[in-house]
Write a protein that binds this ligand. Sequence first.
Ligand SMILES: [Zn+2]
Ligand SMILES: [Zn+2]
Length: 126
Amino acid sequence: MLRRNRLTSHSSGRLRRRLIPALANMSSHPHKFEKKAWPFNDPENVAAISCRHVLDGHPILRVSHDDDDGCWQLLCGDTHSSADARVVCLGCMLEQDPSLAELADLPLGWGADRESLLQPWAREVN
Ligand SMILES: [Zn+2]
Ligand SMILES: [Zn+2]
């Protein structure tokens, strides 16, 4: 299912990818939070892009909301190669890190960074 060969790293911390069609959904599965507490406009099982570092437990320190297809990228903040990308469920990521809710209104074409889990998000245009 994963096609990683077209990915390249991006200096602003976004992964260019053709892993998933725009706004694809993951197969349906339950999340622990209340439906009405879901802060994003996207469905809670929408596919997003993360990196293997985050899946290995590294905190999410870089978030990008892609202007071309509305895809969310939830990354560790380091630079990446194509092989680092992983397809994840946005709802599962919010379960893992509820502070992502603060970025639910991040406009298309914007990104946010933080130094650590304890630092506030700083938003800027991608
Ligand atoms: Zn990473
Ligand atoms: Zn999920």
